[in-house]
Design a protein around this ligand. Structure first.
Ligand code: UGA
Length: 434
């Protein structure tokens, strides 16, 4: 099939490259000329394991190309996939300006029947809005498809090529069949439904996963007070098939470009139809507060006085295996520390550059390696569970810190890992060690 993908952000780029890998002819379009040039030259503007190799392979095979010429790309397509960003407006609602713009530009380039699919996460009714917009600009025939995306950053290629399910919201049986055919080799779990249900399903899935995280984080906070261990609690809960083990890792709260934005958007979607989504409001509030768990521990250790203390921070990305720092818990934690007069020494294996450009300099010392960040610090806070940190030599680490205080915001270490050390070890929802 001839597929044109509009938008080369995470979703657009990964999907486009993976559709080419399945044997389709794919054109990825972006307005950002520098990004297109990078892609044409074999570069990948995001850090995503395996993506660069797949892009190079499919470009060389002549199945994949990158352009800023939307008109030509749309003219050549049987299926146009909109995968532009839907950032949050100040009230939490999704900003549909890029979607609208893409719809108009597609309409202006239409040269015959096409399937127009929306992969961006969009509020219920957006596909109808897109169809209406296109109809107001062209008399060409088309069908709409809602094609929500469930990939995770850091395992995006794997998630796209081996999805748990594919969801297709359609207003026509024949268009649905074409899109089913496109995904048939990926999974047997293809859910074909109406467009509005598909749009809702994406928000409901992300909101549910966010709820699991906030739930286990609250259980962790209670565990700390009653002397229980949340990792054992979650493990035992997870064996119940109705609960499952996934997304029950307590920590410092979820971040990233999806959960924070989508939970806010769903609260707003509900509000727009006069429904107060009380549970999800609480999920968001708990998540916000969970970042303070680390701060509260530091304050209790230093009797509320962070002024003049040197705090090492390991991990700036919102999760490991990505350089994405959007809504990363590290942001608020570091901000709080610097505002309290602490000196922060921060390190991340790959996200430091992105973090710096988002955060500014603001008195943080950015370090080139993990041990350099720890040297001379009064305490170390681990905020992202990168492998490099999990494998750290804790004996050496202890010798570099001024005080052997380790606050593990992701519960990566076990009691046995610390056996050779004198660390005073705090984690989330587990008893303090030493
Ligand atoms: C999430 C969903 O998992 C994807 O299915 C979805 O497609 C994507 O959003 C999206 O809407 O585009 P992603 O944001 O890449 O994917 O990352 P996750 O792996 O889901 O992690 C999100 C956050 O939750 C991270 O900050 C992570 O540290 C945190 N988390 C996750 C926990 O704190 N505990 C857990 O048990 C799991």
């Amino acid at each position: 099939m001839n597929i044109t993908v509009i938008g080369t952000g995470y979703v657009g780029l990964v999907s486009g490259i993976c559709y080419a890998e399945l044997g389709n002819r794919v054109i990825c379009v972006d307005k950002d000329l520098a990004k297109v040039a990078t892609l044409q030259n074999g570069g990948i503007p995001i850090y995503e394991p395996g993506l660069q190799e797949l892009s190079a392979k499919n470009t060389a095979a002549g199945r994949l190309s990158y352009t800023s010429d939307l008109r030509e790309a749309v003219e050549q397509a049987d299926i146009v996939i909109i995968a532009v960003g839907t950032p949050s407006l100040p009230n939490g609602e999704a900003n549909l300006a890029y979607i609208d713009q893409a719809a108009i530009e597609i309409a202006q380039a239409m040269n015959g029947y096409k399937i127009i699919a929306v992969k961006s996460t969009v509020p219920v009714g957006t596909n109808e809005r897109v169809a209406k917009l296109i109809r107001s600009w062209t008399a060409e025939q088309f069908h709409s498809i809602s094609l929500p995306e469930f990939l995770r950053e850091g395992s995006a290629v794997q998630d796209t090529l081996h999805p748990d399910r594919v969801v297709i919201g359609a207003d026509s049986e024949t268009a649905a069949e074409t899109i089913v055919r496109l995904h048939r080799s990926l999974t047997d779990q293809i859910v074909v439904t109406d467009i509005r249900s598909a749009e809702m399903l994406k928000y409901a899935s992300n909101a549910f996963l966010a709820t699991k995280i906030s739930f286990i984080n609250e259980i962790a906070n209670i565990c700390e007070k009653v002397g229980a261990d949340v990792t054992r609690v979650a493990e035992g809960m997870g064996y119940d098939k109705r609960i499952g083990h996934a997304f029950l890792k307590a920590g410092i709260g979820y971040g990233g470009s999806c959960f924070p934005k989508d939970t806010r958007a769903l609260i707003q979607i509900a509000g727009n139809v006069d429904y107060e989504f009380k549970l999800l409001r609480a999920v968001v509030e708990v998540n916000q507060d969970q970042r303070m768990n680390v701060i509260r521990k530091l304050e209790s250790i230093f009797d509320g006085e962070l002024q003049g203390k040197t705090i090492a921070v390991w991990g700036l990305a919102f999760k490991p295996n990505t350089d994405d720092v959007r809504e990363s818990p590290a942001h608020e934690i570091i901000q709080y520390l610097t505002q309290s007069g602490a000196h922060v020494k921060a390190y991340d294996p790959i996200a430091t550059r992105n973090f710096r450009s988002m955060y500014g300099e603001n008195g943080v010392m950015w370090c080139d390696d993990a041990l350099q960040a720890a040297t001379g610090a009064d305490a170390l806070c681990l905020l992202t569970e990168w492998d490099e940190f999990v494998r750290a030599d804790l004996v050496e680490l202890q010798s570099l810190l001024r005080k052997p205080i380790l606050i593990d915001g992701r519960n990566v270490f076990k009691e046995a890992d610390l056996a050779e050390t004198k660390f005073i070890y705090y984690s989330i929802g587990r008893p303090r060690l030493n």
